[in-house]
Every structure is written in structure tokens, then in C-alpha cells.
Design a protein around this ligand. Structure first.
Ligand code: DHB
Ligand code: FE
Length: 283
């Protein structure tokens, strides 16, 4: 039986991926963030997951205004590196897991969710930033990745409660897969940030800390909030924390934070998190 051993949280801002490509991890600007990845990399090397289920969003790369799926699952055997307009990042294609991804799709549909099933889903910074910060890809990516993209860009976007429940459906799907696979779920995106309008640059570290506390202890209370609540506290783009709620929903009610870091040198509050799953069924 496949099982989820833990959940990770990571930013996905493109500047972090660019810092990886330019080998800037040890510069004064980036070191506080990349130091926060070290315990995560060590944890992943210890746990050696077979598969990462990666909750992120597309940034008008694979989808555009003509078609925007609310939830989309990448079932390809291999995921291409997308060109976001300035050339592809120097990364090899990311291996997928078609069989588990197809099972996930089937299982969440049976559970009342209707994701788009994507046989081709080039990955943009939403997926590649966290993957390239958490893993080495030489000689090969050490893990298979199932990208699950959630619309956080264009309203109507799914409610926080829906995302939390979707995570739980993913947990049930993983638990009902026959093969003995170790799975890690990864929630991505900035915590507080606003990249447009009057409050451009808004960051609230106090709210971000409260969010991370509640994500461990009382995720239901976060799932009960409205988009407006997240936007008021954390800024318009911080609404993408619903991706972290997908991740949390895929864990059991009891989790333990084994690593947490916070950094905000740029326009985004960056949170980094390892939640160890203490077991139990999905809600
Ligand atoms: C930026 C883009 C993102 O998708 C994000 O989550 C945070 C920041 C950016 O362009 O800086
Ligand atoms: Fe984003």
C-alpha cells in the first residue's frame, strides 16, 4: 500500500529558481532561504520518497484564459520543462508516475472531484522552483513527481475548504494504491505577498507565523476562512496558500512540525516547512 510520510511547504517564486541556476545559494541575500532548505534536503535524503505529489499552480504557461481547469493532474510519464518566455531552465524533464497519477485521478473523481487529466503538462516555476531547491537532478531526478495544479489566478478559484477536502481525497487515493510506495506531499507558493495594486509589496510576518501555527494544529480553522480573509491579511497573491491547505488536507489530523523557516527579503513571505505525518485515516 502506498502511504504519505509527510508534507513539505516551500515557496515557488521564480527568483528562487533563478538563484539556483546562478549558484547564488550562499550569497548574503539568498543564504537565509537556502539554509532553510538544508534540513528539508536532509529529510528527503533520509526518507527517500518514491513519489512527490506536488500542489502548485500554473502561471499562464500550460493554461491560458481560454481554458483554466480548477484542478488539473499531470499523468504523463515525463513532464517537460516549460519555457516561460526567457528560455527553458537547464533542468532535465521531470519523471512522472502515470500509474499512480491515473489511480489518483480515478479515485478523486469517485470521491466527488473532477480534475482535468493532463497527458502533457509542461512545468513552470510553480513546480520547478521547489523541485530544484529540494532535489539534485544529476545524474537524474531521485523522485517521481505528480503535479496537481490548482487555479489560484483567475476567479472563481476553489474555496479553502474545497482545497482542504481535495487534499483529503488525495490521501484516500494514495492509501488505496496497491504498490508499496512512499509518498511526500508538497504545498507550494508564497505566504503573504501582493504583486499588484495599491498594497503592492504588502507582507505580514505576524499573519504568516499564525498561518503556519494553525496549519499544524488547527487546519480546519484555516479551511473555514474565505478568500477575502487571506487577501486582507496576506495580500492578493497570498490567496495561493490554498495550495498549502491541499497539502495539509492530505496529511492526518495529527502532524508534527520538524522544521520551519521564514524569510522575507523580497516581495514574498517565504515559508519552509516539514510536517511529519503521525498516522491515521483521512478525515
Ligand atoms: C512571483 C511569482 C509567483 O508565482 C509567486 O508565487 C511569488 C512571486 C514573482 O514573480 O516574483
Ligand atoms: Fe505563484
Amino acid at each position: 500500500m502506498a502511504r504519505i510520510v509527510g508534507g513539505l511547504g516551500s515557496p515557488h517564486a521564480p527568483s528562487v529558481g533563478a538563484a539556483v541556476d546562478r549558484h547564488e545559494q550562499d550569497t548574503p541575500y539568498w543564504k537565509p532561504l537556502f539554509d532553510g532548505y538544508q534540513p528539508m534536503r536532509a529529510w528527503l535524503e533520509r526518507e527517500r520518497p518514491d513519489v512527490v505529489v506536488l500542489f502548485s499552480n500554473d502561471h499562464f504557461t500550460s493554461f491560458f484564459l481560454d481554458v483554466i481547469p480548477t484542478f488539473a493532474i499531470g499523468v504523463a510519464a515525463e513532464h517537460e520543462i516549460a519555457d516561460e518566455g526567457w528560455g527553458k531552465r537547464p533542468l532535465p524533464p521531470v519523471p512522472g508516475h502515470t500509474d499512480l497519477a491515473s489511480h489518483l485521478a480515478q479515485s478523486v473523481v469517485a470521491d466527488g472531484f473532477d480534475p482535468a487529466i493532463c497527458h502533457r503538462l509542461p512545468l513552470d516555476h510553480g513546480c520547478l522552483t521547489p523541485l530544484s531547491a529540494l532535489f539534485s537532478w544529476t545524474p537524474a531526478w531521485p523522485v517521481r513527481v505528480i503535479p496537481i495544479l490548482v487555479n489560484v489566478l483567475h476567479f472563481p478559484i476553489p474555496t479553502p475548504a474545497r482545497c482542504f477536502k481535495f487534499g483529503a481525497a488525495v490521501r484516500r487515493a494514495v492509501s488505496s494504491y496497491e504498490d508499496d510506495l512512499k509518498v511526500v506531499v508538497l504545498g507550494t507558493g508564497g505566504l503573504s505577498h501582493q504583486l499588484v495594486g495599491e498594497r503592492f509589496g504588502h507582507i505580514d510576518p505576524v499573519w504568516d507565523a499564525e498561518f503556519l501555527d494553525r496549519l499544524q494544529d488547527d487546519p480546519q480553522s484555516l479551511a473555514a476562512l474565505e478568500h477575502r480573509d487571506f487577501i486582507e491579511r496576506g495580500g492578493s497573491e497570498s490567496v495561493e496558500v490554498i495550495l498549502w491547505l491541499c497539502m495539509r488536507g492530505a496529511l492526518s489530523p495529527k502532524v508534527r512540525t520538524v522544521h520551519r523557516n521564514y524569510y522575507h527579503a523580497t516581495l514574498t513571505g517565504y515559508g519552509q516547512l516539514i510536517l511529519e505525518d503521525l498516522g491515521g485515516a483521512a478525515r
